[in-house]
Design a protein around this ligand. Structure first.
Ligand code: ADP
Ligand code: ASP
Ligand code: MG
Length: 265
Protein backbone atom coordinates (compact mmCIF):
# COMPACT_ATOMS: atom_id res chain seq x y z
CA UNK A 1 0.00 0.00 0.00
CA UNK A 2 1.20 3.48 -0.91
CA UNK A 3 0.62 6.73 0.98
CA UNK A 4 0.87 9.62 -1.46
CA UNK A 5 1.16 13.26 -0.44
CA UNK A 6 0.45 16.09 -2.85
CA UNK A 7 1.78 19.56 -2.05
CA UNK A 8 0.10 22.86 -2.82
CA UNK A 9 2.12 23.14 -6.03
CA UNK A 10 0.25 20.02 -7.29
CA UNK A 11 -3.11 21.38 -6.14
CA UNK A 12 -3.27 24.86 -7.62
CA UNK A 13 -6.02 24.69 -10.25
CA UNK A 14 -8.44 22.36 -12.04
CA UNK A 15 -5.78 21.02 -14.44
CA UNK A 16 -3.25 20.13 -11.77
CA UNK A 17 -5.92 18.56 -9.57
CA UNK A 18 -7.13 16.44 -12.47
CA UNK A 19 -3.55 15.22 -12.92
CA UNK A 20 -3.49 14.32 -9.22
CA UNK A 21 -6.71 12.32 -9.59
CA UNK A 22 -5.25 10.50 -12.59
CA UNK A 23 -2.08 9.62 -10.67
CA UNK A 24 -4.07 8.26 -7.71
CA UNK A 25 -6.44 6.27 -9.92
CA UNK A 26 -3.64 4.79 -12.02
CA UNK A 27 -2.43 2.56 -9.17
CA UNK A 28 -4.84 0.71 -6.83
CA UNK A 29 -2.14 0.65 -4.16
CA UNK A 30 -2.51 4.44 -3.73
CA UNK A 31 -5.20 4.16 -1.06
CA UNK A 32 -4.27 7.04 1.25
CA UNK A 33 -3.81 10.55 -0.07
CA UNK A 34 -2.47 13.42 2.04
CA UNK A 35 -3.04 16.96 0.83
CA UNK A 36 -1.78 20.49 1.41
CA UNK A 37 -3.78 23.66 0.88
CA UNK A 38 -4.21 25.07 -2.62
CA UNK A 39 -1.00 26.53 -4.02
CA UNK A 40 -0.41 29.24 -6.60
CA UNK A 41 -1.42 28.60 -10.20
CA UNK A 42 0.77 31.53 -11.33
CA UNK A 43 3.42 33.76 -9.77
CA UNK A 44 0.77 36.49 -9.36
CA UNK A 45 -1.29 34.30 -7.05
CA UNK A 46 -0.63 33.60 -3.39
CA UNK A 47 -0.76 30.27 -1.59
CA UNK A 48 -4.04 29.80 0.25
CA UNK A 49 -2.10 29.41 3.52
CA UNK A 50 -0.58 32.88 3.03
CA UNK A 51 -4.01 34.33 2.25
CA UNK A 52 -5.47 32.74 5.38
CA UNK A 53 -2.71 34.28 7.49
CA UNK A 54 -3.49 37.70 6.00
CA UNK A 55 -7.22 37.16 6.42
CA UNK A 56 -6.80 36.23 10.07
CA UNK A 57 -4.96 39.53 10.53
CA UNK A 58 -7.96 41.40 9.14
CA UNK A 59 -7.32 41.53 5.38
CA UNK A 60 -10.84 41.37 3.90
CA UNK A 61 -9.62 41.05 0.31
CA UNK A 62 -7.58 37.98 1.24
CA UNK A 63 -10.65 36.44 2.93
CA UNK A 64 -12.72 37.03 -0.21
CA UNK A 65 -10.03 35.49 -2.40
CA UNK A 66 -9.97 32.33 -0.26
CA UNK A 67 -13.72 32.02 -0.77
CA UNK A 68 -13.61 32.86 -4.48
CA UNK A 69 -10.84 30.39 -5.36
CA UNK A 70 -12.46 27.45 -3.54
CA UNK A 71 -15.91 28.13 -4.95
CA UNK A 72 -14.49 28.46 -8.46
CA UNK A 73 -12.50 25.24 -8.12
CA UNK A 74 -15.58 23.26 -7.04
CA UNK A 75 -17.56 24.62 -9.99
CA UNK A 76 -14.76 23.74 -12.42
CA UNK A 77 -14.47 20.20 -11.03
CA UNK A 78 -18.30 19.80 -11.10
CA UNK A 79 -18.31 19.13 -7.36
CA UNK A 80 -21.08 20.21 -4.97
CA UNK A 81 -20.75 23.76 -3.66
CA UNK A 82 -18.37 24.31 -0.74
CA UNK A 83 -20.09 27.54 0.36
CA UNK A 84 -21.49 26.00 3.58
CA UNK A 85 -17.99 25.05 4.71
CA UNK A 86 -16.69 28.55 3.91
CA UNK A 87 -19.59 30.10 5.82
CA UNK A 88 -18.77 27.95 8.84
CA UNK A 89 -15.16 29.14 8.74
CA UNK A 90 -16.27 32.79 8.58
CA UNK A 91 -18.63 32.13 11.47
CA UNK A 92 -15.81 30.61 13.55
CA UNK A 93 -13.63 33.63 12.72
CA UNK A 94 -16.32 36.04 13.89
CA UNK A 95 -16.58 34.08 17.14
CA UNK A 96 -12.82 34.48 17.71
CA UNK A 97 -11.40 31.08 16.67
CA UNK A 98 -7.66 30.52 17.11
CA UNK A 99 -5.04 31.35 14.49
CA UNK A 100 -4.05 27.70 14.01
CA UNK A 101 -7.64 26.60 13.44
CA UNK A 102 -8.23 29.33 10.88
CA UNK A 103 -4.97 28.80 8.97
CA UNK A 104 -5.47 25.00 8.93
CA UNK A 105 -8.70 25.44 6.93
CA UNK A 106 -6.74 25.48 3.66
CA UNK A 107 -5.80 21.83 4.15
CA UNK A 108 -9.25 21.00 5.54
CA UNK A 109 -11.02 22.44 2.47
CA UNK A 110 -8.63 20.77 0.03
CA UNK A 111 -9.09 17.38 1.73
CA UNK A 112 -12.88 17.83 1.47
CA UNK A 113 -12.55 18.66 -2.24
CA UNK A 114 -10.20 15.77 -3.08
CA UNK A 115 -12.26 13.34 -1.01
CA UNK A 116 -15.34 14.36 -3.06
CA UNK A 117 -13.42 14.06 -6.31
CA UNK A 118 -11.93 10.62 -5.59
CA UNK A 119 -14.95 9.25 -3.70
CA UNK A 120 -12.78 8.40 -0.68
CA UNK A 121 -13.55 9.20 3.00
CA UNK A 122 -12.32 12.51 4.43
CA UNK A 123 -9.88 12.08 7.32
CA UNK A 124 -9.28 15.10 9.54
CA UNK A 125 -5.75 16.14 10.52
CA UNK A 126 -6.84 15.96 14.16
CA UNK A 127 -7.04 12.16 13.81
CA UNK A 128 -3.38 12.00 12.84
CA UNK A 129 -1.20 14.33 14.88
CA UNK A 130 -0.92 15.08 18.63
CA UNK A 131 0.44 18.33 20.09
CA UNK A 132 1.11 19.48 23.63
CA UNK A 133 -1.18 22.13 25.08
CA UNK A 134 1.58 24.64 24.30
CA UNK A 135 1.56 23.58 20.64
CA UNK A 136 4.68 21.39 20.58
CA UNK A 137 4.49 18.38 18.26
CA UNK A 138 4.46 15.12 20.29
CA UNK A 139 6.00 12.41 18.13
CA UNK A 140 5.30 9.31 20.25
CA UNK A 141 1.72 10.36 20.98
CA UNK A 142 1.24 11.08 17.28
CA UNK A 143 2.36 7.58 16.33
CA UNK A 144 -0.10 6.05 18.81
CA UNK A 145 -2.98 8.32 17.79
CA UNK A 146 -2.49 7.91 14.05
CA UNK A 147 -2.06 4.13 14.29
CA UNK A 148 -5.24 3.80 16.36
CA UNK A 149 -7.38 6.09 14.19
CA UNK A 150 -6.23 5.01 10.75
CA UNK A 151 -7.14 1.37 11.53
CA UNK A 152 -10.75 2.39 10.90
CA UNK A 153 -10.13 3.22 7.25
CA UNK A 154 -9.49 1.18 4.16
CA UNK A 155 -8.68 4.30 2.15
CA UNK A 156 -9.05 8.06 2.58
CA UNK A 157 -7.96 11.62 1.99
CA UNK A 158 -6.09 13.14 4.92
CA UNK A 159 -5.82 16.87 5.61
CA UNK A 160 -2.13 17.60 6.23
CA UNK A 161 -0.36 20.32 8.25
CA UNK A 162 -2.33 20.08 11.52
CA UNK A 163 -3.36 18.01 14.48
CA UNK A 164 -4.83 18.75 17.89
CA UNK A 165 -3.70 19.35 21.46
CA UNK A 166 -5.06 17.90 24.72
CA UNK A 167 -7.94 20.39 24.74
CA UNK A 168 -9.00 19.35 21.24
CA UNK A 169 -7.72 22.61 19.76
CA UNK A 170 -6.27 22.54 16.26
CA UNK A 171 -2.48 22.99 16.18
CA UNK A 172 -0.23 23.54 13.16
CA UNK A 173 3.10 22.06 12.17
CA UNK A 174 5.64 24.61 10.84
CA UNK A 175 5.26 25.79 7.27
CA UNK A 176 5.65 22.93 4.81
CA UNK A 177 4.44 20.50 7.48
CA UNK A 178 2.07 18.45 5.31
CA UNK A 179 5.17 16.45 4.36
CA UNK A 180 5.30 15.35 8.01
CA UNK A 181 1.58 14.44 8.08
CA UNK A 182 2.21 12.18 5.08
CA UNK A 183 5.19 10.50 6.74
CA UNK A 184 3.14 9.93 9.91
CA UNK A 185 0.35 8.32 7.89
CA UNK A 186 2.89 6.08 6.13
CA UNK A 187 4.29 5.06 9.53
CA UNK A 188 0.87 4.40 11.07
CA UNK A 189 -0.37 2.39 8.12
CA UNK A 190 2.87 0.42 7.67
CA UNK A 191 2.94 1.60 4.08
CA UNK A 192 5.20 -0.08 1.54
CA UNK A 193 6.06 3.32 0.08
CA UNK A 194 5.63 7.03 0.86
CA UNK A 195 5.30 9.09 -2.30
CA UNK A 196 5.80 12.84 -1.96
CA UNK A 197 4.44 14.48 -5.13
CA UNK A 198 5.57 18.02 -5.91
CA UNK A 199 6.46 20.24 -8.89
CA UNK A 200 10.07 19.06 -9.44
CA UNK A 201 11.37 15.64 -10.51
CA UNK A 202 12.78 14.77 -7.12
CA UNK A 203 15.65 16.21 -5.18
CA UNK A 204 17.85 18.19 -7.53
CA UNK A 205 21.57 19.03 -7.24
CA UNK A 206 20.63 22.67 -6.58
CA UNK A 207 17.59 24.88 -6.04
CA UNK A 208 16.09 25.22 -9.56
CA UNK A 209 15.04 28.81 -8.79
CA UNK A 210 18.72 29.72 -8.51
CA UNK A 211 20.53 27.31 -10.86
CA UNK A 212 19.22 26.49 -14.35
CA UNK A 213 18.25 22.89 -14.97
CA UNK A 214 20.12 21.14 -12.12
CA UNK A 215 20.51 17.37 -12.48
CA UNK A 216 18.14 15.17 -10.46
CA UNK A 217 19.49 12.87 -7.75
CA UNK A 218 18.22 9.31 -8.16
CA UNK A 219 18.98 7.96 -4.68
CA UNK A 220 19.72 9.47 -1.28
CA UNK A 221 20.10 7.92 2.17
CA UNK A 222 17.71 9.06 4.89
CA UNK A 223 20.66 10.77 6.56
CA UNK A 224 21.65 12.72 3.45
CA UNK A 225 18.05 13.73 2.85
CA UNK A 226 17.65 14.93 6.39
CA UNK A 227 20.81 16.98 6.23
CA UNK A 228 19.84 18.61 2.91
CA UNK A 229 16.35 19.40 4.22
CA UNK A 230 17.78 20.74 7.46
CA UNK A 231 20.12 23.14 5.68
CA UNK A 232 17.19 24.53 3.77
CA UNK A 233 16.47 22.64 0.51
CA UNK A 234 12.80 23.49 0.56
CA UNK A 235 11.52 20.47 -1.32
CA UNK A 236 10.93 18.40 1.83
CA UNK A 237 10.34 19.37 5.48
CA UNK A 238 13.16 17.92 7.61
CA UNK A 239 10.62 16.42 10.05
CA UNK A 240 9.53 14.01 7.32
CA UNK A 241 12.48 11.66 7.64
CA UNK A 242 12.10 10.36 11.20
CA UNK A 243 8.69 8.61 10.84
CA UNK A 244 9.62 6.79 7.61
CA UNK A 245 13.13 5.89 8.78
CA UNK A 246 11.68 4.33 11.94
CA UNK A 247 9.98 1.69 9.80
CA UNK A 248 12.38 1.67 6.86
CA UNK A 249 9.69 2.89 4.48
CA UNK A 250 11.13 4.05 1.15
CA UNK A 251 10.38 7.67 0.31
CA UNK A 252 9.95 8.67 -3.33
CA UNK A 253 9.84 12.34 -4.35
CA UNK A 254 7.99 12.67 -7.67
CA UNK A 255 6.77 15.31 -10.09
CA UNK A 256 3.01 15.64 -10.69
CA UNK A 257 3.75 17.36 -14.01
CA UNK A 258 6.04 14.54 -15.15
CA UNK A 259 4.65 11.39 -13.52
CA UNK A 260 6.82 9.00 -15.63
CA UNK A 261 10.00 10.43 -14.13
CA UNK A 262 11.30 8.14 -11.34
CA UNK A 263 12.23 11.12 -9.13
CA UNK A 264 14.38 10.62 -6.04
CA UNK A 265 14.16 7.57 -3.80
P1 ADP B 1 4.98 21.50 -2.44
O1 ADP B 1 3.99 22.58 -2.72
O2 ADP B 1 4.81 20.32 -3.35
O3 ADP B 1 5.08 21.14 -1.00
P2 ADP B 1 7.43 23.07 -2.18
O4 ADP B 1 7.32 24.42 -2.82
O5 ADP B 1 7.32 22.99 -0.71
O6 ADP B 1 6.39 22.10 -2.91
O7 ADP B 1 8.82 22.39 -2.59
C1 ADP B 1 9.18 22.24 -3.96
C2 ADP B 1 10.10 23.36 -4.38
O8 ADP B 1 11.34 23.26 -3.68
C3 ADP B 1 10.50 23.33 -5.83
O9 ADP B 1 9.55 23.95 -6.66
C4 ADP B 1 11.84 24.05 -5.83
O10 ADP B 1 11.69 25.38 -6.25
C5 ADP B 1 12.28 24.06 -4.36
N1 ADP B 1 13.62 23.52 -4.15
C6 ADP B 1 14.58 24.10 -3.40
N2 ADP B 1 15.72 23.37 -3.41
C7 ADP B 1 15.47 22.28 -4.17
C8 ADP B 1 16.25 21.15 -4.56
N3 ADP B 1 17.50 20.95 -4.16
N4 ADP B 1 15.67 20.23 -5.36
C9 ADP B 1 14.39 20.37 -5.77
N5 ADP B 1 13.62 21.42 -5.43
C10 ADP B 1 14.13 22.37 -4.65
N1 ASP C 1 0.03 24.76 3.39
C1 ASP C 1 1.10 24.78 4.35
C2 ASP C 1 2.19 25.75 3.92
O1 ASP C 1 2.00 26.48 2.94
C3 ASP C 1 1.65 23.41 4.65
C4 ASP C 1 2.27 22.69 3.47
O2 ASP C 1 2.16 23.15 2.35
O3 ASP C 1 2.87 21.65 3.70
O4 ASP C 1 3.19 25.86 4.57
MG1 MG D 1 6.21 21.79 0.62
Amino acid sequence: MIVCKFGGSSLSCRESIERVAEIVRSNDARRFVVVSAMGRASPKEEKITDLLIKAYNGDEIAREEVRFRHEKLCRELSLPSITDELDRIDEAFKKGCGFDYFVSRGEYLMAKIISGLLGMPFIDGTEIAAFSDEGRWLIKETFVKATENLKKYDCGVIAGFYGEDGFGRVRLFDRGGSDISGAVAAYALDADLYENWTDVSGFLMADPRIVDDPAPIRHLTYGELRELSYIGAQVLHEGTIFPVREKNIPLNIRNTNEPEHPGTT
